[in-house]
Ligand binder design. Structure first.
Ligand code: FMN
Length: 186
């Protein structure tokens, strides 16, 4: 069965409610590793040997994070600078090339409402456009880009609502895995 690697880029996962609820549910899925990047590297100094190995051991990769000021938390940029620069600009033949073809999925949490992320809303742009730099990175790195999973209004959400979001997230990941397996067998 394909292995799913869920990389959490949260500045303080120990205080998270929304990302914690999502992670708690999907960590129970078979062949799924959930890894909290910021607690592994509190000073943003990424161990590239370990993280390249982690990536290459997966069949698909999920970035999960809260949107903060219309972007991902800084630990994701630090990870790209360290890991992707090495894989694609220094060791392409032995590392970057091996990552190509692994799908990249994005799961994000947002404090604001869906309507805020629209032309008439306070945030102007839909979430998928805000994440365009990651889409460009995925294209550059040969990582097939899939639909997003977004949870809105996280700060007002009850524990029950966040638990439901976790169940929806697990279903989303399972359905995409089934699609990938079907594609692989055609
Ligand atoms: C510094 C900061 C910036 C934020 N910026 C945004 C933003 O641009 N858009 C938005 O919808 N929510 C924003 N939020 C709300 C977070 O997305 C929200 O706190 C997060 O989804 C909650 O997830 P957690 O419980 O896992 O921490 C921001 C929160 C913080 C602390």
């Amino acid at each position: 069965m394909p292995k799913t690697l869920i990389l959490i880029f949260h500045p303080d996962f120990s205080r998270s409610r929304a990302n914690r609820a999502l992670a708690d549910t999907v960590s129970k899925l078979a062949n799924t590793e959930v890894f909290d990047m910021q607690s592994a590297y509190p000073d943003n100094k990424i161990n590239t040997d370990a993280e390249v190995e982690r990536l290459l051991g997966a069949d698909r990769i999920v970035f999960q994070f809260p949107i903060q000021w219309y972007a991902a938390p800084p630990i994701l940029q630090a990870w790209q600078n360290a890991v992707l620069t090495r894989m694609y600009y220094i060791s392409y033949e032995s590392e970057g090339r091996l990552l190509e073809g692994k799908p990249l999925l994005i799961a994000v949490t947002a404090g604001n409402t869906p309507s805020a992320y629209s032309p008439g809303g306070a945030n102007l742009l839909p979430v998928r456009e805000i994440l365009n730099p990651l889409r460009a990175m995925a294209n550059r790195c040969g990582l097939p880009w899939r639909e997003l999973f977004v949870v809105y209004e996280t700060m007002k959400a009850s524990d029950e609502t966040l638990h439901e979001a976790g169940r929806a997230y697990a279903l989303w990941l399972t359905q995409i895995r089934t699609q990938l397996l079907q594609c692989a067998t055609i």
